[in-house]
Design a binder for this molecule. Structure first.
Ligand code: GRG
Length: 301
């Protein structure tokens, strides 16, 4: 697939996800209107929509072709958005900008930053559960998909990673490789794994194939996080929609501060290529998905 065709498809698919999210937005009404507004403000602030995209493409890779995937695509973006809203709170990273505009707690106040995050997390599961109302739904697959989503977002996944990350900030001694990998795996890769595994499970992939997807997504997640740390050093704040240099400002130890830029770039390329090799080993083919993974190596935002 040519680069220009890939770019056109990427844009089209991202726009379709924007429309999908709009369709799933809760109505801003009632006495709880403010929290609903804050949720919608953060969800519709843009972003690459990478997780729903990876979910949809993995679903297609395994031959999935029904609407059942749609509520799950919206749900994973809601979970991802909640994590960003909470990560920006004064008690965590205390950031003012996200996705090119003021972050939720700056616009709505801290209490609504907390509530909007809580609201998005819960609403994600309410949304995913609507898959069961669809005549095409296979209840056992939906159940397995929900279980993966809950676990990878929870204390054994993203929340666990965030915990280790916050504690690591207080640590003066250099982080061990094991510590750093734990943080990256749980904080970043877990949700990417959930996205791809849910796609595979809903399409009816075998357990063996789901395990391969879990490993593939692990590589993508670690590469994605290292690239995120690289962009914090060499990226452009306008393109990124958030300030750069925050890791240095916060004296944060990252793969880049520990191993340097050159080694980090090599690692991103290596991990991404390995992810593509694993993908080539499962049944089915999805050229767009392969291109998407390779594109992440060179992403600038
Ligand atoms: C608060 C439980 C809790 C978790 C927070 C997601 C997260 C964990 C923290 C945000 C900071 C960060 C660097 C997370 C690692 C994952 C990551 C690179 C998120 C940004 O994802 P993108 O680049 O964002 O896909 P967009 O805005 O494009 O959706």
């Amino acid at each position: 697939m040519e680069d220009s065709r890939f770019q056109v498809q990427l844009l089209e698919k991202t726009e379709q996800i924007e429309m999908l999210l709009k369709n799933y937005l809760p109505a801003e009404e009632g006495f709880q209107k403010t929290v609903l507004e804050a949720m919608n403000y953060s969800l519709m602030a843009g972003g690459k929509r990478l997780r729903p995209l990876l979910m949809q493409e993995t679903y297609k890779l395994f031959g999935g072709d029904s609407q059942v995937i749609l509520p799950f695509m919206a749900a994973i973006e809601m979970i991802h958005t909640y994590s960003l809203v909470h990560d920006d709170l004064p008690a965590m990273d205390n950031d003012e900008y996200r996705r090119g505009r003021k972050t939720t707690h700056v616009v709505y106040g801290e209490a609504f930053g907390i509530l909007a995050g809580d609201g998005l997390l819960n609403y994600a599961f309410e949304t995913a559960l609507t898959a069961l109302d669809m005549p095409q739904a296979d209840a056992a697959r939906v159940g397995r998909a929900l279980s993966v989503l809950a676990r990878k977002a929870g204390v054994y996944g993203m929340i666990g990673g965030q915990t280790a990350d916050i504690e690591a900030e207080e640590q003066a001694a250099p982080l061990t490789k094991e510590q750093l990998l734990f943080i990256h795996e749980k904080k970043t890769a877990a949700l990417i794994q959930a996205a791809m595994m849910v796609g595979a499970i809903l399409a009816g992939a075998s357990e063996k194939a789901v395990s391969k997807i879990e490993k593939c997504a692990y590589n993508i997640g670690i590469a994605f996080q290292i690239q995120d740390d690289i962009l914090d050093v060499v990226g452009d704040s306008v393109e990124l929609g958030k300030p750069v240099g925050s890791d240095e400002k916060n004296h944060k130890q990252t793969y880049v501060t520990i191993n340097g830029l050159e080694q980090s770039r090599k690692e991103v390329a290596l991990l991404s290529e390995e992810a593509v090799t694993i993908l080539a080993d499962v049944e089915g083919e999805n050229e767009f998905l392969t291109k998407l993974i390779l594109m992440l190596i060179n992403r600038r935002k």
